[in-house]
Design a binder for this molecule. Structure first.
Ligand code: FMN
Length: 193
């Protein structure tokens, strides 16, 4: 691959977009496929492919909102209407959510679980980067609902799968921040000189 200063520039200036600043339109089907394809070049020790994605749009987001409400009620039966409504809205802010799922192979002879999880996280970040590269806004979110067993079950996850993020995607609104936050200087020391 030739040196690509645009790619480096993109990495250095990447910024997430708050979910309230993500509006329709979402990427169309062909664009979404290109975005998700970016996951497939994530580094993956042993080629276990320990990730998969669910695309959630339209009615799916309404159903996801319901699931968040039910999960909240199970976590806190005393949750107020306002709290439940906020849970529902979390699913309805962006026009598209990609649920990122990590698959575990516990006790694998060569690839420890931490490496499997790192590969799934890297694949997910490739999706984040590809989304931004194509001009859309995106943010990787989790929160209690993502680690909630009820939510994972409702999304159809198997026992060896974990939800690792809800990638909120959409078109950046005019109110979206135009600049990323100031980045820290990389924390690096030389060792062994
Ligand atoms: C695994 C993971 C989970 C995250 N969960 C949340 C979250 O629930 N809420 C949140 O505000 N940011 C969350 N973030 C951070 C945002 O994705 C984002 O990085 C942050 O808003 C800072 O913006 P920046 O990416 O432009 O630096 C998470 C990031 C990762 C990698």
């Amino acid at each position: 691959m030739k040196p690509d200063s645009d790619l480096l520039d993109h990495l250095l200036h990447r910024r997430s977009t708050p979910p309230k600043c993500l509006a329709s339109p979402a990427p169309d089907e062909a664009t979404l496929q290109r975005i998700l394809q970016a996951a497939e070049s994530a580094p993956d020790h042993g080629g276990l492919h320990p990730w998969r994605f669910l695309v959630i749009e339209g009615e799916g987001l309404e159903r996801l909102g319901e699931v968040f409400v039910e999960a909240m009620q199970r976590r806190d039966p005393a949750a107020t209407e306002a709290v439940l409504e906020r849970e529902r809205e979390r699913a309805l802010r962006p026009p598209l959510i990609v649920a990122a799922i990590a698959r575990r192979q516990p006790g694998h002879a060569k690839i420890p679980e931490i490496e499997q999880l790192l590969a799934a996280g890297t694949a997910t970040h490739q999706v984040v980067l590809a989304t931004e590269a194509l001009g859309f806004g995106v943010v990787w979110l989790t929160g209690l609902r993502v680690y909630d067993e009820y939510v994972m079950q409702a999304l159809g996850l198997a026992a060896d799968e974990t939800l690792i993020g809800l990638i909120n995607i959409g078109t950046r609104t005019e109110s979206a921040p135009t600049k990323g936050k100031k980045r820290r200087r990389a924390e690096v020391e030389r060792w062994g000189d």
